[in-house]
Design a protein around this ligand. Structure first.
Ligand SMILES: [Zn+2]
Ligand SMILES: [Zn+2]
Length: 335
């Protein structure tokens, strides 16, 4: 099954942009920069059916528990039809399908950190795209150390099926269609494909670290926090962005969460020390001078008694700008 295909319509502006990107690409010599033109992947010139940029919330619940009205963490950014996936929580493939994303135009996947609610369906997303016939050109994945191993192990786990399909159906080995780029904690450029420029900032998420990503598009900028403790450096990284997508924690819900999980003080401390309360998210948005704040990765994200209004009010104590309490499959357009 694949999303409804919309035939590309390449207008004069798109053709002009495509030719300009060719020129821009030649000038890029930054380490880590990956140019689609150099890898043989399709650039925006082949994916120009949709103009503009939008954020699509695929999964807005924080944590690995499956169920409720929200899917596990995942986002998409669509720029001139090119699809970029940020985090692959359980359900990301189905959510991408429901959102109508054209996965044949998926260009790259970004993983914020190696907690399962952000990477459990990484391999399956690539596999599902491949087996649907939509993975025909090489895509890139970016994330922390461990991501390349995860990909290798995934192909090994499914080698029987994959080899059968290669032999029986004449498919290309999917392992050759995915290039994983790992990087250590750092701040700086991750990818520039001539369509979007992506930078990352390492941010604390005890006991591990998280990568926040900033996407600069021709239509504006989007920053996605990933999972993070309160971090004023993130506000600096997100300075003047158009949309700040930030994880959020509702402090009065923590006790109920700990009780339901039948956990104790260690679990409670993990939640409090590794996430950002909705009130503090408001502070980050204000410090960043973000034009719009989108709340996501709700913890708890499946307790009906915590209403949208409660989330909104908590963040608004420290932020006077526009706040969107995110829900699955919402589209937020840039510009
Ligand atoms: Zn998470
Ligand atoms: Zn996490």
């Amino acid at each position: 099954m694949k999303p409804q295909f919309r035939p590309p319509v390449l207008g004069r502006r798109a053709l002009l942009r495509a030719s300009l990107m060719g020129a821009t690409g030649a000038m890029l010599a930054l380490p880590g920069a990956r140019l689609l033109a150099q890898t043989g992947s399709a650039g925006a010139s082949e994916a120009a059916s949709e103009k503009g940029a939008r954020l699509v919330l695929l999964g807005t619940k924080g944590g690995p528990r499956v169920g409720g009205t929200r899917s596990n963490p995942a986002n998409a950014i669509v720029v001139d039809g090119n699809v970029y996936i940020i985090d692959c929580g359980m359900g990301v493939t189905a959510q991408a399908f429901k959102a109508g994303l054209d996965m044949a135009k998926m260009r790259a996947i970004f993983i914020s950190h190696m907690h399962s609610d952000h990477e459990l369906e990484f391999g399956n997303l690539v596999y599902n795209t491949w087996v649907a016939g939509d993975l025909r050109q090489k895509i890139d994945a970016y994330g922390p150390r461990g991501l390349a191993d995860m990909a290798r192990n995934y192909w090994a786990t499914h080698s029987s099926d994959i080899h059968t399909r290669i032999a029986d159906e004449g498919r290309t080995d999917p392992a050759t269609l995915l290039e994983v780029h790992e990087f250590d904690a750092r701040e700086g450029l991750v990818m520039d494909d001539g369509v979007v420029r992506v930078t990352a900032l390492t941010t604390p998420h005890p006991p591990i670290k998280d990568l926040a990503y900033r996407f600069e598009t021709p239509y504006g900028s989007i920053v996605i926090s990933g999972d993070t403790a309160y971090n004023p450096a993130l506000a600096e990284f997100a300075r003047d962005c158009d949309v700040l997508v930030h994880e959020t924690l509702f402090i009065p819900g923590v006790d109920a969460l700990v009780k339901r999980a039948q956990q104790g003080e260690a679990f409670r401390n993990h939640i409090l020390n590794s996430h950002t309360s909705a009130e503090d998210v408001g502070k980050i948005a204000t410090q960043a001078r973000a034009k719009k704040l989108v709340l996501t990765h709700f913890v708890p994200g499946d307790m009906e008694w915590i209403t949208d209004e409660m989330w909104q009010k908590a963040a608004a104590t420290n932020y006077a700008g526009e706040i969107l309490v995110g829900h699955d499959l919402q589209n937020i357009a840039l510009g």
